[in-house]
Design a protein around this ligand. Structure first.
Ligand code: K1U
Ligand code: ZN
Length: 180
């Protein structure tokens, strides 16, 4: 298994549409395992392949707390096939938007159809934080970040701060960008 670098916004790779997985093969399984290791190390409760620069419809999640038995989900081609009428409000974070959090409103419960790590078709009925997390990760596959659910004012404030942090971390690249 390997730790993969996580892309931080703003980055065009986080805004693209990911392609469906044709077959869940050894390469897909390795990607899922590397993503789980990367997510646990971060630490986080979910991760989508575009966040590690792979434009495939693959997500992982594990909401087990420290000391609990891991409960990893490995999903290829996840699809939301039902959403509840009632909404839930959660304070979301994102490993691609480090140190930024905001309340996001989403359906409180969802049913997700996906292929597991063996390529078997499965359905998951989720509510609570798992429902929020799975919707957040599927959004990543469509190039949507949690800030896209906020007002333009809040979104731009967060993105401006992230741009500034990136420029402070890599002033040479920021200068090159400016010249271009
Ligand atoms: O997609 C991601 O970047 C991962 C993200 C998932 C998520 C969090 C909260 C609501 C919706 C989706 C994270 O895991 S951010 C880190 C985080 O929430 C966390 C980290 C350690 C322990 C518990 C939570
Ligand atoms: Zn995220």
């Amino acid at each position: 298994m390997a730790l993969l670098p996580i892309i931080v916004a703003p980055d065009p790779r986080l805004k693209r549409l990911a392609a469906p997985v044709e077959r869940v093969d050894d390469e897909t399984r390795r990607l899922m395992d590397d993503m789980l290791e990367t997510m646990h190390e971060a630490p986080g409760i979910g991760l989508a392949a575009p966040q590690v620069g792979v434009l495939k419809r693959v997500i992982v999640a594990d909401l087990a707390r420290e000391g609990e038995e891991p409960r990893p989900y490995r999903m290829a081609n996840p699809e939301i096939v039902w959403v509840s009428d009632d909404d839930a409000n959660y304070e979301e974070g994102c490993l691609s938007l480090p140190e930024h959090f905001a309340e996001v409103v989403r359906p409180a419960a969802v049913k997700v159809r996906y292929l597991d790590h063996e390529g078997e078709a499965r359905e998951l009925e989720a509510d609570g934080l798992l429902a929020t997390c799975v919707q957040h990760e599927i959004d990543h596959l469509d190039g949507i970040l949690f800030v896209d659910h906020l007002t333009a004012l809040k979104r731009n404030m967060i993105l401006r701060k992230l741009t500034k942090t990136k420029k402070q971390a890599k002033p040479d690249e920021a200068r090159a960008e400016h010249v271009l």
